[in-house]
Design a protein around this ligand. Structure first.
Ligand SMILES: *[C@@H]1O[C@H](CO)[C@@H](O)[C@H](O)[C@H]1NC(C)=O
Ligand SMILES: [Zn+2]
Length: 1000
């Protein structure tokens, strides 16, 4: 315990007058004059087993109900849950006894509630926070999913929640502990981020059942997670604790209104007095639990989903439990109960001064039993997963342009715009039942609607800033459906211009494809130079998925090159009209030697197709002079319906369980059609009415694009289907493949193997699936094939040389993990089942240099160009090109965040985007000068923050933990920043700065 005076607590008198224990310890006051955090923890007893009772509620930011339905307690017919009542009730109950504690986690809800409180209640709550009686843990806007999120959006949502807590409560509102009690498996990159956000420790509930058993026996449920192979320890070291019952109370001790366990009946005059029985049961439970943990402290999570709506029930019984169990100490009992919080428990583990098992891999995949692998949600709701990823790109552009435009961005010719709505919508979408795809359909629709509204608000910002920078207030039009060739303006206009904003800090070349109806066009760049452009017919697959939402018959294709953090403008004019009625497009042909030929491009890549099947047959990199055999096709696993001798588990939103390890092939051959122009070459493959693909190679590209279109997945045979594409290559993988963690560091995966325990594999396919957030690769000594994805997906390498990625799922049964609906997505436009389209980008490189290609490639998919259109000719004084940077950043450096913080400061995050072992050229420290960064912003002051921007870097102090087996990290040369303005980034480092700026 903290050395310091003890003080009497008046209110605790009522509960402890029997035993005469009247102590309520207060530590020394902290800087702010408050006693919160570690100093406010209750005393423990060093010679006893201390049981930390942690009252908590788990409030999903949307799942079976929308976030607002949960907040208000609406639609209790779906699920009884109302967060406003929980917070009301908990505050009342905390006031009744100062010994009581409560933790709160999800700032999305707390923020809603706080806004609605009177200043009196706000003051009361502030006092509870300042006394450590109400403590925030985790504190992000939501508790993010770990398998399907991208680090950029996770950092943003944590920043949003933690900023509110800091601004509302100051340092007593800063969570010390990260708390991911529900996510379905745990990503190493999340642990790395939490460490860099300054958390002292991390607790979670779910891990593989075999891993759990081994850890219980070895007392390794508490460990030190070294979450980066590039950052110098302890920068990414995170103490990690696995909770004993997920996040539920021990069996028999749930006293919420939603539970049926017997209350403590403590009147000896009444017949059903049960105190002795309850105390005995509790002591048994506590002593059992203590056998699988290392110290004389154990933690019990006293709460669960949406509990504490009537907090009196819980607290009344917990008060009694604590009193009666501790009273036994007089008779020699060695068990001591206390109200506690995760940080108070963590403090005791830290004081124990032990060494802890070191872990360097991650906690995927998660299985709760032999045939129950939670690997389906890696792909569930692929359309929502893509929309979330696109929305992140749009938000980053919006944030950047809000900074570059200054006040003109928020109020301008287009009206009032702001990024806040989009920030909140994206933050909510990171929740572990949002982008994960494990929510009910109406909730998925609500997340998408929020993103759409956020984007509307952001569009005003984007338009305002572009108007200010270009000095043109001509109406700007957005075409959000270019992926299905819909854009009424380009389809009908004879003359228009397109502005391309590049949110990356280096110049980038992208292809654009615009729906048009003319036969030929001229395109000129910002300097008036003609650009090679070609017209290709809209494919049959695109017309089918587009339905009647657009009628363009052609696509105009050209490459655009945009300056770093800036825009450039292309002018397009119609030269020749097309024939008036829409032509049917070239007929698809059976594959034959004449219809398929090798698609050739001189510079970088060559692909060949099998003339008999129309499938890909090889991929070559002409620059590096390497070539692999590559076939690719589409298959589906028959989703288990539960009727199976081994287990009755079905495939569902969470769980992937194929009925057989051999997937069905959709078609052995593809009908094909070839388009060859000087800008792009395409082989369009048609496999079935619900599966098609375009294999596309742009001139100068280092990546081959596979644009897949899958759906409506047929279910008239009453079989649920999990659709994959599989790449089979000549690469000798020896059972290994590689996946990224939340879009950042790459982890090695080995078939039927886990690095930290002896795996008994019971699901040969589902048990070998891992999350892919932005890339996966297979390699041998000479060849590395990398696949960059445009959203999070699940995938595996089941056979040597092979890589499969799950694209879409349509299922007929619920998998009994709570969502209560089969994953069977339809919509108004697709009543027969959702059609989903996406892209995979393939690159073939020599292994040592592959990251030099796939790192920038993946960033180009994550942060895509923002196109805006204006009809007619531009006025002559329009500024056609602009860059917000003085110069492009070095290739190793990614500008992760640029966003307005308050009126005269902006938040900047710079990231070194290479792992330490990845690249000869790029895995080196780089120095950037902050004062010479921006072209229109003068930087007049700089302060460095932690990753989540809620603590100054120089005030960041974390607990030290000692690993059991320290592989001594190689002694790295330390790199000092050359000056305040020049900052050095080491591999995988993200540095966060608050810059005071003036618009020049
Ligand atoms: C935290 O909030 C306080 C006001 O409550 C503010 O003065 C301080 O600068 C904030 N800290 C950071 C790191 O932003
Ligand atoms: Zn949850």
């Amino acid at each position: 315990m903290a050395a310091g005076q003890q003080q009497l607590s008046v209110a605790s008198f009522f509960f402890f007058f029997f035993s005469g224990v009247l102590t309520f310890p207060l530590g020394p006051e902290n800087k702010s004059g408050h006693v919160c955090g570690y100093e406010s923890c209750h005393v423990t007893k060093h010679n006893m087993l201390n049981v930390h009772l942690v009252p908590h509620t788990h409030d999903d930011v949307g799942w079976l109900k929308t976030v607002d339905q949960y907040y208000y307690g609406d639609r209790n017919d779906i699920q009884h849950a109302g967060v406003q009542y929980i917070l009301d009730s908990v505050v009342d109950q905390l006031l009744k006894n100062p010994d009581r504690r409560f933790i709160y986690v999800e700032t999305a809800f707390f923020f809603r509630w706080w806004k609605q409180q009177s200043s009196g209640v706000q003051q009361t709550v502030t006092q509870l926070v300042n006394q450590g009686r109400l403590e925030f843990v985790n504190g992000g806007w939501c508790m993010s999913d770990e398998a399907t999120t991208h680090y950029s959006a996770v950092i943003d949502q944590m920043t949003l929640g933690l900023r509110f807590l800091n601004e509302t409560f100051g340092s007593c509102g800063r969570p010390r502990v990260a708390w991911h009690i529900d996510p379905f498996g745990h990503a190493r990159e999340h642990a790395s981020m939490f460490a860099q956000m300054g958390y002292d420790g991390f607790f979670f509930g779910r891990l593989d059942y075999q891993d759990r058993v081994r850890r219980m026996l070895a007392k390794e449920q508490e460990l030190l997670w070294r979450a980066s192979d590039s950052l110098t320890p302890p920068a990414a070291d995170l103490f990690t604790g696995i909770l004993p019952n997920g996040y539920n109370p021990p069996e028999g001790f749930c006293w919420d209104q939603s539970c049926d366990d017997p209350p403590i009946r403590d009147d000896p005059d009444l017949e059903d007095y049960n105190v002795d029985e309850v105390v005995r049961r509790f002591l048994d439970t506590a002593n059992d639990q203590a056998t699988v943990y290392k110290t004389n402290h154990i933690i019990m999570t006293m709460g669960s989903d949406f509990q504490y709506e009537n907090a009196n029930l819980w607290y009344k019984n917990l008060d009694k439990l604590i009193h009666h169990v501790n009273a036994r100490q007089g008779n020699g009992s060695k068990v001591h109960l206390l109200y506690s919080t995760p940080s108070c428990y963590l403090q005791e583990l830290h004081r124990a001064n032990l060494t802890w098992a070191l872990k360097t891999d991650d906690f995927f995949p998660y299985a709760d039993s032999a045939h129950d692998f939670w690997t389906g949600f890696f792909t569930s709701r692929p359309a929502l997963k893509r929309y979330e990823r696109v929305s992140n790109s749009n938000l980053q552009t919006c944030n950047q342009l809000e900074v570059l435009g200054g006040p003109a961005s928020r109020k301008g010719p287009y009206g009032e715009g702001e990024s806040q709505t989009m920030k909140e919508a994206m933050a909510v979408a990171q929740h572990h039942d949002a982008v994960s795809g494990t929510e009910k359909q109406h909730v998925a629709n609500d997340y998408a609607r929020r993103l759409a509204t956020g984007w509307q608000h952001c569009q005003v910002v984007v338009s305002n800033t572009l108007a200010a920078l270009s000095r043109s207030s001509a109406e700007r039009i957005y075409c959000d459906n270019l992926n299905i060739s819909v854009c009424p303006l380009t389809a009908s206009s004879k003359q228009f211009s397109v502005s391309v904003y590049n949110p990356l800090a280096r110049p980038v070349t992208w292809p654009v494809r615009l729906p048009v109806n003319g036969e030929s066009y001229s395109v000129s760049d910002a300097k008036g130079k003609a650009v090679d452009c070609q017209v290709v017919p809209v494919s049959r697959a695109t017309r089918e998925v587009r339905k009647n939402r657009g009628h363009a018959v052609n696509e105009l294709v050209f490459q655009v090159q945009a300056p770093p953090l800036g825009y450039t403008t292309y002018s397009v004019s119609l030269l020749q009209n097309g024939p008036p009625p829409a032509p049917p497009g070239p007929a698809l042909q059976q594959p034959s030697r004449t219809s398929i030929c090798c698609v050739r491009v001189l510079q970088f890549l060559r692909v060949t197709f099998d003339p008999d099947t129309g499938l890909l047959s090889s991929l070559s990199n002409l620059e590096t002079n390497q070539s692999i055999k590559l076939t690719q096709n589409f298959y589906w696993y028959n989703a288990s319906d539960g009727n199976n001798s081994e287990s009755n588990q079905m495939s569902g939103a969470y769980i992937f369980r194929p009925n057989s390890s051999t997937p069905f092939i959709i078609s052995r051959m593809a009908k094909t059609e070839t388009v060859q122009t000087s800008v792009v070459q395409e082989v369009r493959q048609w496999f079935s009415p619900w599966a098609s693909q375009v294999v596309r190679l742009y001139t100068d590209s280092r990546a081959l694009e596979l644009e897949w279109t899958v759906g409506p997945v047929p279910i008239d045979d009453s079989l649920g289907k999990e659709v994959i594409t599989r790449l089979d290559t000549s690469i000798k993988t020896s059972g290994l493949f590689y996946t990224d963690s939340n879009g950042r560091e790459v982890l090695q995966r080995r078939k039927d193997f886990r690095p930290t325990w002896n795996l008994k594999q019971s699901e040969p396919i589902a048990g070998n699936y891992y999350p892919i957030n932005s890339r996966a690769f297979i390699k041998d000594d000479v060849d590395q094939l990398t696949v960059v994805t445009d959203r999070s997906q699940g995938g595996g390498s089941i056979q040597n040389g092979s890589l499969e990625i799950m694209l879409h799922r349509r299922l007929l049964y619920d998998d009994v993990r709570g969502v209560g609906e089969p994953l069977n997505e339809t919509s108004n436009i697709f009543p027969q089942g959702l059609v989903v389209r996406g892209r995979l980008l393939l690159s073939l490189e020599r292994p040592p240099a592959a990251a030099d290609t796939h790192r920038p490639l993946a960033q180009e998919v994550v942060l895509q160009p923002m196109l805006t259109f204006t009809d007619g000719a531009l006025s002559p004084d329009t500024r056609l090109e602009f860059s917000g940077l003085q110069a492009a950043l070095p290739p190793a450096v990614h500008l992760l965040t640029l966003t307005q913080w308050d009126s005269d400061s902006v938040l900047l995050r710079l990231e070194h985007q290479f792992q330490i072992w990845e690249s000869e050229v790029n895995s080196r420290p780089v120095t950037v000068n902050l004062q010479k960064l921006f072209s229109t912003l003068e930087v007049v002051g700089v302060s460095e923050l932690n990753l989540s921007a809620n603590q100054w870097k120089d005030e960041m102090k974390r607990y030290d933990w000692t690993p059991q087996t320290d592989k001594k990290p190689p002694l790295l040369k330390t790199f000092e920043d050359p000056s305040t303005w020049e900052v050095t980034l080491r591999p995988m480092e993200i540095r966060t700065f608050l810059l005071r700026v003036h618009l020049r």
